[in-house]
Design a protein around this ligand. Structure first.
Ligand code: ATP
Length: 200
């Protein structure tokens, strides 16, 4: 199956762009949502988290003790790296399983992940898209959408690779800066991927 990875820093509009691909009939795997799910469903991951961060990482009913985990990884990059090293492979496993259901029923699939490049997930994709927008616009979008502070958005943004670095790493760009129309950019890439997928 031909796989397209799509990313963008906080508030870039990657989910919005994915919804357009979905309308075109392309299934999208939302890795960040899946990461939350596998933390309570993937037995290997649960065992790894308990071993690394203690049994108190989970409540007796199996729910994740988010406060405990957040207390460890918040502002501690080494611990966050450890957590990601456990969670990312579980999300990869889940993506591989998810892809199987489509067989050859769709021309290609997409994987949306905020940390596509940071997690090395892009290496498993045939092509990658970076959705790009200026920081001030991204801050405006996220503060309006989530009601959080400018500082919080800046702090989350600082934990991701720089915009320019991701743009340089991606095969394709979608500019979502409120001046360029998004739809023609999506249609152009869709056409390209249909062609690349049929030649794979
Ligand atoms: P996050 O990294 O926080 O998950 P994201 O990159 O997935 O964000 P979206 O949720 O798609 O970004 O977009 C952020 C906000 O900006 C949403 O409220 C969305 O509706 C809005 N938005 C994105 N692109 C556009 C656009 N081209 N025109 C108008 N609003 C937009």
């Amino acid at each position: 199956m031909f796989k397209v990875g799509i990313t963008g820093n906080i508030g870039s509009g990657k989910t919005t762009v994915c919804k357009i691909f979905e309308v075109l009939g392309i299934p999208v795997f939302y890795a960040d949502d899946e990461a939350k799910k596998v933390m309570v469903t993937d037995d290997l991951l649960i065992a790894g988290i308990k071993q690394t961060f203690g049994n108190e990482s989970y409540f007796a009913d199996g729910a994740l003790n988010r406060k405990h985990i957040a207390g460890i990884v918040f502002n501690n990059n080494n611990e966050l790296i450890k957590l990601n090293a456990l969670v990312h492979p579980a999300v990869f496993r889940s993506f591989d399983k998810w892809v199987l259901q489509f067989d050859s029923k769709v021309p290609y699939v997409m994987k949306e992940a905020a940390l596509l490049f940071e997690s090395d997930s892009y290496k498993m994709c045939d092509r990658t898209i970076m959705v790009s927008a200026p920081l001030d616009l991204r801050i405006k979008r996220v503060t309006q959408r989530d009601g959080i502070s400018v500082e919080e958005v800046q702090s989350r943004n600082a934990r991701q690779f720089a915009e320019e670095k991701k743009c340089a790493m991606a095969n394709n760009l979608i500019i979502n800066d409120d001046t360029e129309l998004v739809m023609p950019q999506v249609l152009k890439l869709h056409k390209l991927y249909l062609s690349l997928a049929s030649n794979k």
